[in-house]
Design a protein around this ligand. Structure first.
Ligand SMILES: *Cc1c(COP(=O)(O)O)cnc(C)c1O
Length: 234
């Protein structure tokens, strides 16, 4: 508990320092705590330290965790973000249980999410995932296709297109990290100039949050630096 709380405070201090160093407002960047592979108790520990937004990659694990957290802390209101690969036959529970989806990478998925978003819930917040480093192994639309897909998503009734998300090619070189983030920011500016208002750039993880914030990130997705190293089952 105190470890997660200490880590969380350190990450928030890091985000603040990076924002100020980049000449940005102290509250320009929000923190998404990525709790994948960690138990509901880890989420509750982070929530006790004030964190409210949590990111999950694996649908089954996420649904169980959301339920467990609700049972253990019935009054606690958290904001769940889906950030993992999406199979088109698994969109309904995502539309029903999450507030944000960062990993939309094709029109068909967006269409299904819009159709399946329950009437009583506000529109689902969407980030379009972009394969900014053009890696074959990565999901995401290619940069040249982003505007077209963004226009389609923006027209869907139960979705609210908020911005772009990317996981650039891993690099320890800060200049290389910054270059990929700069490209995503430029793409976002292009889409905004075409008349689609975006307010979110979901970029930056534990290893590259400084570079992401320097290049305009508005939401960093941080797992390891808060919860520790992940141990995958199987
Ligand atoms: C796991 C994951 C993160 C968090 O990564 P860390 O390096 O642990 O901070 C962020 N974004 C996505 C899409 C992820 O899958």
């Amino acid at each position: 508990m105190s470890l997660i709380s200490d880590n969380l405070q350190a990450v928030l201090a890091d985000i603040l320092a990076s924002s100020v160093a980049a000449g940005r407002a102290p509250d320009a960047v929000s923190l998404l705590a990525v709790s994948k592979t960690f138990a509901a108790q880890a989420v509750l520990d982070a929530a006790s330290a004030g964190q409210r937004a949590f990111g999950e990659n694996y649908l089954q694990e996420a649904l169980e965790k959301i339920l467990t957290v609700q049972e253990l802390a019935p009054g606690l209101v958290l904001e769940w973000h889906f950030i993992g690969p999406i199979q088109s036959n698994k969109t309904r529970p995502i539309a029903e249980h999450f507030s944000w989806v960062h990993s939309v990478d094709r029109e068909k998925i967006a269409q299904r999410l819009s159709e399946q978003r329950p009437e009583h819930l506000p529109p689902l917040n969407i980030c379009l995932q972009v394969n900014i480093s053009r890696e074959e192994s990565k999901s995401g639309v290619l940069p040249e296709d982003a505007l077209g897909v963004a226009q389609k998503i923006a027209s869907l009734p139960k979705l609210r297109l908020r911005g772009l998300m990317a996981v650039p090619e891993a690099s320890h070189d800060e200049e290389q990290q910054r270059q990929a983030f700069r490209q995503l920011k430029q793409l976002s500016d292009t889409i905004c100039a075409a008349g689609i208002a975006l307010d979110t750039l979901s970029m930056g993880m534990s290893g590259d949050l400084h570079a992401a914030i320097a290049e305009g990130s508005t939401m960093v997705r941080i797992g390891t630096a808060i919860f520790g190293n992940r141990h995958y089952a199987k």
